[in-house]
Design a protein around this ligand. Sequence first.
Ligand SMILES: *[C@@H]1O[C@H](CO)[C@@H](O)[C@H](O)[C@H]1NC(C)=O
Ligand SMILES: *[C@@H]1O[C@H](CO)[C@@H](O)[C@H](O)[C@H]1NC(C)=O
Ligand SMILES: *[C@@H]1O[C@H](CO)[C@@H](O)[C@H](O)[C@H]1NC(C)=O
Ligand SMILES: *[C@@H]1O[C@H](CO)[C@@H](O)[C@H](O)[C@H]1NC(C)=O
Ligand SMILES: *[C@@H]1O[C@H](CO)[C@@H](O)[C@H](O)[C@H]1NC(C)=O
Ligand SMILES: *[C@@H]1O[C@H](CO)[C@@H](O)[C@H](O)[C@H]1NC(C)=O
Ligand SMILES: *[C@@H]1O[C@H](CO)[C@@H](O)[C@H](O)[C@H]1NC(C)=O
Length: 915
Amino acid sequence: METIKLNTLVCLFCLLGAVIGQGAYDWMTYDAFDEINDRMDAITPENCRAKPVAELMLNPDSVAQKPVSNKLLSQLIYPNRTCLLHLHNMALNRAYFYSYMNQALNETKTEFHMQPGLMYYYMSAEADVAANPGCINGSAIMWDNHYTYANWYTNLEFNHTLPLFGARAWRFDDYNEPTNWLREPTNYTINIEDYGAGQGSNYSNSDYKLNEWYNMWMPDADSSLDSLRKHTYDVAVHFSNQTGEFINKEGYEGRAFFGPSSPGQREIEHLPVKYTAPYYDCGRSNKWIISATSPVLDYVPRYIFNWTDLSRQRFVGAIVMDTDFLKIDLNPCPAGQGNPPPNMFQNIARCDPTTQCEPHHGWGFKRGGYNCACRPGYRYPAFQNGPYEGVDIERATNTEHERGFQCLETGWKQTLPNLDGERPVDTGVIPGLGRKKRAINSRKHVESDLVKSRKKRTMLKSRTKRKTPVSLKETFIEAMNVVIKPEIEVKERARRHIVSKRALPKPEEKITKEAPKVKRSFVPRYERDTSKHRVKRDFFDAEAFERFQRIDNHRLQVKADNCHLMTKDDLFLPGDVAYGADEQLQNQARTALRMAHFISNFMENIDFYEEYGTLRGDRPLNYEQLFGEVMANVMADYKIHGSGIFFDTDKFVNLDGTTRQYFGPYAYKASGTRTKVVDFAGFDGEPYINDDWFVNIKERWQSNVYGLKKWTTKALVRSDLKGTALNRFEHYPMFYRAPALDDGQWSKPYFDCGGHTGINDWVITYSVPFFGMNSLRTHIEFKGVATVDVLLAELDIHQCPMPFHVPNAFKSTARCHYESTRCVHLPGKKFNKGSYKCECRQGYEYPFNDRAWYYDGQTMESEYNKMIAAEKGESNPDEVRHRFHTLKCRPASAPRIAGSSILLLVIAAVIHMMH
Ligand SMILES: *[C@@H]1O[C@H](CO)[C@@H](O)[C@H](O)[C@H]1NC(C)=O
Ligand SMILES: *[C@@H]1O[C@H](CO)[C@@H](O)[C@H](O)[C@H]1NC(C)=O
Ligand SMILES: *[C@@H]1O[C@H](CO)[C@@H](O)[C@H](O)[C@H]1NC(C)=O
Ligand SMILES: *[C@@H]1O[C@H](CO)[C@@H](O)[C@H](O)[C@H]1NC(C)=O
Ligand SMILES: *[C@@H]1O[C@H](CO)[C@@H](O)[C@H](O)[C@H]1NC(C)=O
Ligand SMILES: *[C@@H]1O[C@H](CO)[C@@H](O)[C@H](O)[C@H]1NC(C)=O
Ligand SMILES: *[C@@H]1O[C@H](CO)[C@@H](O)[C@H](O)[C@H]1NC(C)=O
């Protein structure tokens, strides 16, 4: 009777659990994640207008580790923050560009009409969004009250201004459009609106709820902080007006303009880019977004010629770049190195104390974006292949949570042998971490027998923990390798035996030479790929490594002073050296892609000089604007060394209607921090249209533009100067065709030898085509190429094993001991050897007591070099000691033999005698 009641009760509880879902188990407590989740759920597109500001905003610390401008060079930005970094850089990019334009063209009335027009603002913002799917979902420039010198109204004097003007573009979720029969967002429709028009448009007002980006910079009345918040940038320009000649024969002319601050390392307050708290984009995209914002400067009032003393550099607008809050990774791990405060979600991960938490990349705002790897000194139970996944842990029931997801203590640990000739010493267990009860993962009943036997051994082990005579220690460890095999491995021994012989490559043989012969043949090769049940053959590829050496030597050999002695072929490296550029330098490539989008859109859609009522059509693109664009690309991204826009022959039209044979504004980082911009048309000699990066792209696109994607623009403009209402733009919707990221390409690495801009270094170039209407305005034609150059030294190399078809010159050159460890790439180490780590494979454990749980690639490389030097007899006797052959993991079986310590000692002694 009792039991039946109890059962019903339990069942009731499990029903309840099923209904409530997550959070129903009592080990799950209400945490910061739930809090934010609930707050987001409370806001809908229908009720958001009525909610107070506080409810439309989340805590600023709900996004951690935002990239900070003055720390970019000294801090590693991981893949989980590259989108935020790009947001940051693009905000800065536009801020530089508009600040430069405002101030460069302030002299005369003709220059006034060379300023960007309305569609320039619109299409620039649109290109930010279109070229960056998956990162930038909104882009805007928001002007302060009466600082816009608009040149696009026929009824506005040139020295008069518009009240608020804000051009904002955002990706429109068009799943419900009548033309979209797939009912899936195409991501190719972009809405643009003027925020300064229509009802409730006064974003400078404090009642306007979501204008944090405005309040951060404006109104800018206090001039006492000018020296901290503003910076004068020195740039140099070199114009050309005909092929092979520059206008100013003496060289570059310096220009200065006021821009966002350029803070020193220690500044924390007056940064050039700030982030808003995440907020609900009410009435527009109706999503939770976060914005990076940067100020636009001008020297105002403009056009008061003889009284410029009255002018002052001011913040006149803000660039606002938005991304989806839900797509930003959170770090649920405990505070510590790699997870500095402020972080609201600190410590919401549910790792067992025997494990440590590592965040996953690409999870966004979701639970379970982490895994729990064993702490140093612990190892996985035999059934567990690699770290415990956060999603499994978050789904666990009470029982599972209590018993599962733990790691087992490693028995004997060695300290690192040092060069004083000491032998490895066992120091027992790392203090501080209490030993846990053996874990039983209830979901893995299959292994329960194994688990039971292990449990017994763990208990035994604790009794036998003590010091062993030092001389026996090494012998003991080797003995373990010889005699003991984990049960699961026994089953497969025969098969793996064969494999291990076949797959052992030559160089490995050399490496393990010093180890006892018997050991190698007995080391189990546990390399089961659980998904496919076949042995993966990771190995060190000696040939690839030799090639790596050759390439690297060649790379270092070519220098500025000898490059002109080389043949043309010597100035190229094979294409597979640049492996990984697509991914690592994607945001730099997208900066060029953005240019291509903007120019294509502009040249395909603008009816130059066309007037719509009082609205004046845009002028053609002019040299000042494109100089400004490439300059901003280079200034805003420290990885971009150079950036250019290169027009094909006779495709660039001057303001006076004449065509230029060549026009190629190119900006680059000159010595120091100064950015220089030069028109490549001015150099005599071989024109740029014969360069590889130009020719390749032109050949593909010149005669055939099939395959270009089509974007849709829905633009609303203000009905009059005051912005009484928002109307559809004359052309609604507009369309443009432009390339996607794949339509451009990365060049192979080349040495820019004595080039016009004096890079004299190894470079890779991403080039992407842009298009425009032909002269009859009947169809689209190829107009030129937009590029970015990145120094090869910025690229990370991947040395881990990869499948045969991956075009990576450096694959399989990592020095891991593949039988017991596996290679994991470490990002951010640039073009240096050793950017990987060797982690223990399943069934193996890390034997040293040094707070690590893997071998660092740099250690592997340097120990290997020491070993080679010792073999060749090159090193001096003090350095003969190397420990390359000790850098491997041992079979995870220590507790078992520890159980029978007498037997062990006997075995050890026997082996000792045999040697
Ligand atoms: C144009 O701007 C520069 C600063 O960028 C300033 O020195 C110069 O006086 C301005 N010219 C006019 C006519 O306002
Ligand atoms: C941007 O917008 C698209 C379309 O609405 C959406 O699918 C995507 O998740 C958004 N966020 C990012 C970061 O791209
Ligand atoms: C604009 O310029 C005209 C002369 O061109 C001048 O008379 C007028 O005062 C100026 N207005 C402003 C607001 O500067
Ligand atoms: C639009 O973007 C979302 C997320 O960025 C993606 O899942 C979806 O497949 C995209 N739609 C198309 C048609 O490419
Ligand atoms: C280019 O500029 C130089 C110097 O100002 C001038 O002498 C020359 O006529 C110009 N050429 C053209 C084609 O405008
Ligand atoms: C500025 O002053 C100069 C003389 O100092 C005069 O020639 C010029 O016409 C003035 N410009 C304007 C716009 O008032
Ligand atoms: C991003 O990844 C790095 C390296 O894995 C990690 O240290 C950092 O905490 C992660 N940041 C976030 C916010 O997840």
